[in-house]
Design a protein around this ligand. Structure first.
Ligand SMILES: Cc1cc2nc3c(=O)[nH]c(=O)nc-3n(C[C@H](O)[C@H](O)[C@H](O)COP(=O)(O)O)c2cc1C
Length: 161
């Protein structure tokens, strides 16, 4: 490898993304959630999306285990604190977090710019991550507004031309 891990990450950081929180429940029904920016659309027919989760993440075994449903909560710019909270090692990320349950009992955060309710379609090897492909069974778009962005290792705002 002719480049350092730091340089690789810095170069990846030049790809501006949105920010989402993937939510689900473990086999005991306990809510889980993790901030991600690896969300991507995959297929229109059938409707498929993906995200990747680090093998080292505490939630990894939930997203690859017995519970098949999850939600992708795409964040609006006013939800930066939620993004920080669901990326931080704090005891209860859900304390004071507003949510409703979708038709499959999965938590949907309140105030999202859009939401994708998914059932797991496939899990692929992604090196030190697992790639989770979800089939979308419901979509919802919130009120209009701007998305939260991530660029160069920091949150960013959309500047309309
Ligand atoms: C903007 C942003 C994007 C992130 N994207 C991902 C991602 O795509 N996949 C991932 O596994 N972790 C990602 N993380 C890191 C996780 O949010 C973080 O490691 C979290 O603490 C993992 O929680 P867990 O250990 O409870 O599963 C991201 C963090 C931030 C701030």
């Amino acid at each position: 490898m002719s480049f350092s891990s730091r340089h690789f990450r810095d170069c990846l950081g030049q790809f501006a993304t949105g920010v989402a929180i993937v939510t689900s429940r473990d086999t005991d029904g306990k809510k889980v959630g993790i901030t991600i920016n690896s969300f991507s659309s995959v297929s229109l027919e059938p409707p498929l999306v993906l995200f990747s989760v680090a093998r080292s993440a505490a939630t990894h075994d939930v997203f690859t285990g017995d519970v098949q449903h999850f939600c992708i909560n795409v964040l609006r710019n006013s939800q930066k604190e939620l993004a920080e909270r669901f990326a931080a090692p704090i005891a209860d990320r859900w304390e004071d977090t507003r949510f409703t349950d979708n038709g499959h009992g999965m938590p949907v955060l309140t105030g999202n710019i859009s939401t994708f309710s998914c059932v797991r379609h496939a899990v692929h090897d992604g090196g030190d991550h697992s790639i989770i492909v979800g089939q979308v069974n419901a979509v919802e778009m919130g009120e209009t507004g701007d998305p939260l962005l991530y660029y160069g290792g920091a949150y960013a705002q959309l500047a309309r031309a």
